[in-house]
Design a protein around this ligand. Structure first.
Ligand SMILES: Cc1cc2nc3c(=O)[nH]c(=O)nc-3n(C[C@H](O)[C@H](O)[C@H](O)COP(=O)(O)O)c2cc1C
Length: 224
């Protein structure tokens, strides 16, 4: 697949078919993605690939937590921060939620359906595999997130060449206590991102979503 086409067609997929993804394929994708640039070639990323029973246990334990309205551990509290009301960021967040709820026919006030929707992310959107990206805590947070961002996007783009789709998701790392225990991730590693990966179920309404972008001229400043 041509690079520009891949960038333009990548989108977040929120339901996958149960078809397993061969470990060999995920390995190839990660090998390609790890060509990502990083500050001074530090390559802070490490990948924990979860599937099968381990992933099923993660789904079950995450859902238990969310049903009990449990707060995430302190180390993940940065994921809970709300964007200021009226800000462009909050408005964009609302817009994508509206689009998804409309496609899924979830009325704004239907708390049951909303809760069911929320759980999907904690189930890794029923993907056959998920990639948890971690990095040593000894590295600076700022540098780590920029580097992990580039490898994360590479994974999502490289996956497309194999007919695979993805959803990057904070929900997938929210209950870090569960993930550490079930996937065997020590406290010395920072949980930076989760990516659900698999073959998309195109019959699932939310997979038709096309997120919007700010017109590019609104966000470019030319000097000189
Ligand atoms: C860091 C990060 C965290 C995200 N977390 C979630 C998540 O927890 N649940 C979810 O449904 N989507 C999540 N997304 C997907 C975004 O909602 C999505 O990228 C955005 O709406 C733009 O849509 P697109 O990816 O289809 O272009 C996340 C994306 C990023 C980059």
């Amino acid at each position: 697949m041509e690079i520009v086409e891949a960038i333009r067609t990548r989108k977040s997929i929120r339901k996958f078919t149960p078809t397993p993804v061969p470990k060999k394929t995920i390995r190839e994708i990660l090998e390609i993605a790890s060509r990502a640039p990083s500050a001074e070639n530090t390559q802070p990323w490490e990948f924990i690939v979860v599937s099968g029973e381990v992933l099923d246990t993660l789904r079950q334990k995450n859902v238990e937590k969310v049903r009990n309205f449990e707060f995430p551990p302190e180390e993940m509290s940065h994921l809970m921060i709300e964007r200021p009301k009226g800000s462009v960021f909050r408005n964009r967040q609302i817009e994508i939620a509206k689009q998804l709820f409309s496609l899924m026919e979830i009325p704004r006030k239907d708390m049951l359906k909303r809760a069911e929707w929320l759980e999907r992310g904690f189930r890794y959107f029923d993907a056959p595999a998920a990639i948890i990206i971690v990095a040593e805590k000894t590295l600076s947070i700022q540098g780590t997130y920029l580097d992990v961002g580039s490898v994360t996007q590479n994974i999502c783009l490289a996956a497309l060449a194999y007919g695979l789709h993805t959803c990057i998701e904070n929900q997938g790392i929210t209950y870090s206590d569960v993930i550490r225990k079930v996937a065997g991730i020590p406290d010395s590693k920072r949980l930076t991102a989760a990516i659900a990966i698999g073959y998309p179920d195109w019959d699932f309404p939310a997979n038709q979503v096309q997120s919007e972008r700010e017109p590019i001229d609104h966000i470019i400043t030319w000097r000189g």
